[in-house]
Design a protein around this ligand. Sequence first.
Ligand SMILES: [Zn+2]
Ligand SMILES: [Zn+2]
Ligand SMILES: [Zn+2]
Length: 339
Amino acid sequence: MKFNMLENAMDSLNEAIDYYKNGIDNNDERCFKFCILLLSHSAELILKEILYTQHGILIYEDIDRVKNENDKTVGFKLALHRIKNICKVDLGRYNNYLLELFDVRNNIQHYKFSISSEMCTNIITSSFSAIEYIIYNILHRTFNDFEDIITEEQIEFLHDDKKMYNKKKKDIAQDILDHNMVKIGVEYIKNKFIYIPCPHCSEETLVNEGDIIECKFCGRKFNSIEDMYNEDFNCVISTHMCREIGRRKDVLRNIYECENCNNDTLIYSEVLGEWICLSCGNHISSITCDDCGDEVPNCEYNYTFAQSYTDTEDYMYLCNSCGKKLKDSEYGYCEYEIR
Ligand SMILES: [Zn+2]
Ligand SMILES: [Zn+2]
Ligand SMILES: [Zn+2]
């Protein structure tokens, strides 16, 4: 028997998404019911897939008496139990989401269905969140790997649905905290960060996972910070950074144009003691302005260099505003060569 559990799981997920969408579009509670049944079927197969990746035998209910491949396989609860106790995979809160899904599924199957439509949506959103978490983080796949089963439109629908989006965002933020993951960002003042958004989904959910960078929201992986910037075809990062810098103008004070990418996103990090471009990751060391003492990027493109015509020992590296002040003053250009 060939195990296509994950493909089958995606088939059910595909139908679950459509039922959820129809339920919303037509305000039809029955659709939510079918959605829950299909989600439960999908989740069960996904759990079996986790077991199967650890050892093929784990998907059978009675491990010691497996005679052939058609023997009874594990149910939902036993699968969850084995994942935790044998595979040592901690599903955290998603374990509870799935248990709840399982209970509601049973109620529906035994016609004890009497939960509110709001409760239904809660279970549906948390189940989708759990399934996506497992696909990305435990099985290390993405929905895009199943593009002939789950369409781009369906993925978009899931991610655009407000309730779904909020639930997932909250879960991921909590995951990052719970697992002490470090988000990719720049600490510009002690304990103050600007986080770099994912070039694909624009969420601030990029974290270091060993040697690579991973987006916890869309599952994209990058081999390095450089790769991440190179994949930013739509300027998601620079647009985001211009906005973030705008919000912190008073704190960041001096902002320069980056020679590398021409965005006005070169900021000084007090913590790093150097300049960093938030759009392209360019690092530049720092010097101080010989007039006002402010930090200036140590780069010809950014500082103003003023050299006296009469005294070679008399030269200055100036910040933007001091450079401008000198140019506009009576000394500028007649006493200094300003570059
Ligand atoms: Zn992403
Ligand atoms: Zn740059
Ligand atoms: Zn200055």
